[in-house]
Design a protein around this ligand. Structure first.
Ligand code: 13P
Ligand code: SF4
Length: 333
């Protein structure tokens, strides 16, 4: 069946036929379908595994499938390719980039490093393969604190590229010899403290789930330490950590400060809870480039294949493998 027959209206929910066709083509291709928590609901529902960046990296590395279809953004698919150079890695739309990954280049990192020659370079996984090749250890939002904590306290740390995650790690570990790159994700930076405070006031019994990339992460902790919101209600979490916390909380209402795609997994995990986005406009246009149509083409035609230069991949692999080995395993299933 043609893509047009299965998806006559791009705006409509995909049909059961689309679902069956994607699954069947993936099976024939010996492909595993991975979806990040920010993907469109239909993409999450059709995938074999849904999770945060760290969990998906692990699953990609451990999978027996010969092809990985990564429904996420480009650096995630690149990371899978770095870990599994002999597998075919596909991303349904190679234009799905990341504003945070674009906020530092390998040249800029080399220059920064030359100013701190003894420092350990910690890069968030939201970086290009070229930046990973210049990195000592990668981290994700799930294990950033554990990764920096594993570095001897007397060593300087260069942390990049997210300033809000960096500030969070520095605050938790009270680490003064940690320099943080001034990058940000345009989606999370836009979720601000004023919005969070207003929503927290309007919903006094709600839990607050806040991704550490958010511009409001500092305000969230201020709300907790100033007593405006009970401390145990404020949780700074990776996307996968939010799903685990949703299952564990006794709250009836949760305010969610991250990309809005997250609400789908949260509602699946705990249908009895009222989840509300702190900022309903916080949608990542790159994540949303992975449309049902693009995924169908991908499993049908093998598009878009992700390539990482062998030498760059080899140089980046140790840093990515360290990321997988340190701290909590991330969350996804
Ligand atoms: P997680 O590692 O929490 O899944 O976040 C990835 C990401 O891109 C957040 O914007
Ligand atoms: Fe990148 Fe931000 Fe989109 Fe995450 S939400 S993929 S950090 S642009």
């Amino acid at each position: 069946m043609s893509v047009e027959t299965l998806l006559p209206d791009a705006a409509a929910e995909p049909s059961p036929e689309w679902f069956a066709e994607v699954r069947e083509l993936a099976r024939r291709r010996d492909a595993v379908l991975l979806a990040h928590n920010y993907q469109l609901p239909a993409i999450q529902d059709v995938a074999d595994h849904v999770g945060d960046s760290l969990a998906l990296s692990r699953i990609a590395a451990e999978s027996d499938a010969s092809t990985i279809v990564f429904c996420g953004v480009h650096f995630m698919a690149e990371t899978a390719k770095i870990l599994s150079p002999d597998k075919t890695v596909l991303i349904p739309d190679a234009r799905a980039g990341c504003s945070l990954a674009d906020s530092i280049t390998a040249d800029q990192l080399r220059e920064w490093r030359s100013e701190h020659p003894d420092a350990v370079v910690v890069s968030y996984v939201n970086t290009t393969a070229a930046v990973k090749a210049e990195t000592d250890v990668c981290c994700t939002s799930s294990n950033a604190v554990d990764v920096v904590a594993s570095i001897p306290v007397e060593r300087e740390v260069l942390f990049l590229p997210d300033q809000f995650l960096g500030a969070h790690v520095r605050r938790v570990l009270d680490r003064t010899n940690m320099h943080v790159w001034a990058g940000e994700c345009h989606v999370h930076a836009g979720i601000n403290g004023a919005e969070l405070s207003a929503q927290a006031q309007a919903h006094p019994d709600a839990d607050l789930f806040v991704h550490p990339e958010c511009g409001c992460a500092t305000s969230a902790l201020y709300l907790a330490t100033s007593g405006s919101v009970p401390e145990d209600r404020v949780k700074i979490l990776s996307t996968g950590g939010m799903v685990d916390a949703a299952r564990a909380t006794g709250a009836k209402e949760v305010l969610v400060a991250t990309e809005v795609g997250m609400l789908h997994q949260l509602r699946r995990a705990a249908p009895e809870i009222d989840f509300r986005a702190v900022n309903e406009r916080a949608s990542c246009r790159y994540m949303k480039m992975i449309t049902p149509e693009a995924l169908l083409r991908s499993v049908r035609e093998g598009t878009d294949e992700v390539h990482v230069d062998r030498e760059l991949a080899e140089r980046g692999r140790t840093a990515v493998q360290r990321m997988i080995e340190i701290g909590n395993p991330g969350s996804g299933e």
